[in-house]
Design a protein around this ligand. Structure first.
Ligand SMILES: *Cc1c(COP(=O)(O)O)cnc(C)c1O
Length: 406
């Protein structure tokens, strides 16, 4: 632990580039700077070879074949290309898409854009743990439906959707299935073939690769899937995404995928143990509630809790030595609750306890654990949160305290 900087527990926001990934990338900035599209000389061939290798590594991470990987600038772009590209390409066949209330903004806003262009969009709700209802999904599919977009794992509450079941429903009804796997890729096993996924978005900076490099998996086999491209130009990436490839970024994306694939079983078990230790430690306090499911149905490195009888903003300020994402789950607080917490109903109880002050009902904290997180760091985090919560609660007036503290 570096005492000069806050302890980083925000690995859902981004991850550092693994030193092995950086080593693999560095030569491609300078000595091996060729354009992967230059077919006439060794500089181009060298870059092309590195890109091919990376394509293979990214494909292997998700059970795809190399020809099904389109390199992009990240998951935002991949989501845009998948959703707009599929809906626009299939416009003659239908005009209805289905997504979920807890999706990333890049999915929800791509759908909104299509809605403004005349598509119809159904936004499925989720239950209190954040899962979609498969019967509701089945019922939402019509003859006009062309695409279902459901994220693999949520970036706030870590809930893992039942991908294989969703894929089976989509396949049975002849509808494309896109999944935003930005948080899942490299963290939990994914097999696009077994799960019936047609389109999958991922991004390097969520799995120890570089920022600004991502990919979209586009199913090729039986029949080959087509998309309306969103960036026109030189026809790179099979005409699906024009623009000179970011070769160092692509190399990093590939190397990071290979490391994740090698270490996934061990690393996810280690992180799950640490996460469970964190939860057990926090639960020694009263009024700690988990948002999202417990156990194996959430990302192993994710914890999201609401802490009762705390003002969100005060908690955020007092936890300055932890780099976590804190948001108020309280609708009277200065921060609006996230659309994910709203969707699972983890906002203010309908009638706040009489002891509650404005903005004083519950604060929420998202913890994201990562490759270098240690047990010592987890114990430090437990200690810091506990100390801060005790101190904030003890500042409340005794009549307020009587009802909510233990
Ligand atoms: C981070 C994230 C994105 C956006 O990825 P970028 O590569 O930063 O554009 C999309 N979806 C989810 C679920 C994410 O966590």
């Amino acid at each position: 632990m570096d005492p000069r900087r806050p302890l980083y527990l925000d690995y859902h926001a981004t991850t550092p580039v693994d030193p092995r990934v950086l080593d693999a990338m560095l030569p491609f900035f300078s000595e091996r700077f060729g354009n992967a599209a230059s077919r006439q000389h060794a500089y181009g061939w060298e870059a092309q070879k590195a890109v091919d290798d990376a394509r293979g590594e990214v494909a292997a991470l998700i059970g795809a074949s190399p020809g099904e990987i389109v390199f992009t600038s990240g998951a935002t772009e991949s989501n845009n290309l998948a959703i707009k590209g599929a809906a626009q390409w299939l416009r003659d066949r239908g005009d209805h898409i289905i997504t979920v209330a807890t999706e990333h903004k890049s999915v929800l806003d791509s759908c909104k854009r299509l809605e403004s262009e005349g598509c119809r969009v159904t936004v499925l709700g989720v239950n209190a743990e954040g899962f979609i209802d498969l019967d509701e999904l089945r019922a939402a599919i019509t003859d006009r439906t062309v695409l279902v977009s459901v994220m693999a794992a949520n970036n706030e509450i870590g809930v893992i959707q039942p991908l294989a079941a969703i894929g089976a429903i989509a396949r049975e009804r002849g509808v494309l299935f896109h999944t935003d796997a930005a948080q899942a890729a490299g963290k939990i096993p994914i097999d696009v073939a077994a799960m019936g996924v047609d389109l999958l978005s991922l991004t390097g900076h969520k799995y120890y690769g570089p920022k600004g490099a991502g990919a979209l998996y586009v199913r090729r086999a039986k029949p080959k899937l087509k998309l309306a491209c969103q960036i026109d130009g030189g026809g790179h990436e099979n005409g699906l995404r024009s623009g000179t490839l970011n070769v160092p970024g692509v190399v990093g994306l590939g190397r990071a995928a290979a490391i994740c694939r090698e270490t996934l079983p061990e690393e996810s078990a280690r992180l799950r143990r640490l996460r469970d230790r964190l939860l057990a430690g926090l639960r020694r306090m009263d009024g700690v509630r988990v948002n999202g499911p417990e156990g194996d149905r959430r990302l192993p490195h994710n914890l999201h809790v609401s802490v009762d009888a705390i003002e969100g903003e005060a908690l955020l300020m007092a936890l300055g030595d932890l780099a976590v994402s804190t948001g108020s789950a309280c609708s009277s607080g200065s921060q609006a609750p996230s659309h994910v917490l709203q969707a699972i109903g983890a906002v203010n109880p309908p009638s706040p306890p009489a002891s509650a002050r404005q903005g004083d009902v519950a604060a929420s904290i998202r913890f994201g654990l990562g490759r270098t997180t240690t047990e010592e760091e987890i114990d430090y985090a437990i200690d810091r949160v506990t100390t801060v919560v005790r101190s904030l609660r003890s500042r409340r007036r005794p009549d307020e305290r009587a009802k909510s503290d233990g």
